[in-house]
Write a protein that binds this ligand. Structure first.
Ligand SMILES: [Zn+2]
Length: 67
């Protein structure tokens, strides 16, 4: 019993819609050219930002040895 060769679909990173993840979709993992271009544009403008490293307070754990 083998699975039928269904086209694999992934979630489009740009619009969140179903995107065909196959060689015939040259915009994968995006669903289309529009989403790919949109994402690239956003990514490009995003790269102009200063990278912010969020300190999650890893070494700021309050000591619970009060008692
Ligand atoms: Zn899309």
């Amino acid at each position: 019993m083998t699975a039928p060769p269904l086209p694999r679909t992934v979630r489009c990173p740009a619009c969140g819609g179903p995107s065909l993840y196959a060689p015939e979709n040259r915009f994968r993992p995006f669903c289309g050219e529009r989403c790919k271009l949109h994402d690239l544009g956003a990514w490009a403008s995003e790269s102009f930002r200063v990278e912010v490293q969020e300190d999650d307070g890893a070494d700021a754990a309050p000591p619970s040895s009060a008692q």
